[in-house]
Design a protein around this ligand. Structure first.
Ligand code: GSH
Length: 207
């Protein structure tokens, strides 16, 4: 069996969980604390998750490479339109959701402080991000309106596929954001993906 080393909040890690769920691939789950630097460094020489340990003991560490490895029949292919959409939403999405992510049961005081100081140095203080959330929300909501136009009911398709897993992985953290609510259409879309992949966002974090 393969082993997945991941952070529950991390969209790139969630991709792998969704793909494994969809393809019915069992895996051993190992959650690293966000402030554990030596854990990932010992495996691949840098602090970057997700990491997959293959059956032969080798490690892979880019989410799309991991998916290629797991998807033996090459059923799952991402589209450029999907990557364009993720690029459009990423900055607003992270600014909106990161201040809330650190209060989920994934984090303890030490990993919360580590995450906060690391992200604040690149995105600005969480206090300011929350205070200015309406600025990010405006742009974010416009992008979600465009997404709705592309759901048929899946992303540019009648069938669920990798684009949907990539999009859901990014969007899921927005369920944590107090001042935001998904439209009925996007909520239904995300819940369909949850069902098809047997996804449980923070399921393993409750002790
Ligand atoms: N290109 C990588 C990106 C993965 C990534 O950005 N992982 C983040 C977590 S969301 C990480 O491990 N960051 C380490 C850190 O910020 O300390 C992939 O697709 O796997």
């Amino acid at each position: 069996m393969v082993t997945l080393y991941h952070y529950p909040h991390c969209p790139f890690c969630i991709r792998i969980r969704l793909v494994c769920g969809f393809l019915n691939l069992p895996y051993k789950s190992v959650i690293f604390d966000y402030d554990d630097e030596s854990g990932p460094v010992e495996l691949i020489g840098k602090k970057m998750l997700p990491i997959l340990k293959k059956e032969n003991g080798e490690y892979i560490n880019e989410s799309l490479d991991i998916i290629k490895y797991l998807d033996k029949d090459s059923k799952l292919n991402p589209s450029q339109d999907c990557f364009n959409f993720l690029n459009e939403i990423s900055s607003d999405l992270f600014k909106l959701s990161m201040p809330y992510m650190i209060y989920t049961p994934e984090f303890n005081e030490s990993s919360r402080n580590y995450f906060r100081s690391k992200k604040e140095s690149s995105r600005g203080s969480f206090k300011d991000l929350v205070e200015n959330s309406s600025l990010f929300l405006e742009n974010f909501n416009t992008n979600l309106k465009n997404l709705e136009l592309n759901l048929n009911p899946f992303f540019n398709s009648e069938n669920i596929g990798l684009d949907d897993f990539l999009i859901a992985s990014h969007l899921w953290g927005m369920y944590l954001v107090h001042e935001f609510q998904f439209s009925e259409k996007i909520h239904t879309y995300l819940q369909e993906i949850k069902k098809a992949t047997d996804f449980n966002y923070l399921g393993e974090c409750w002790k």
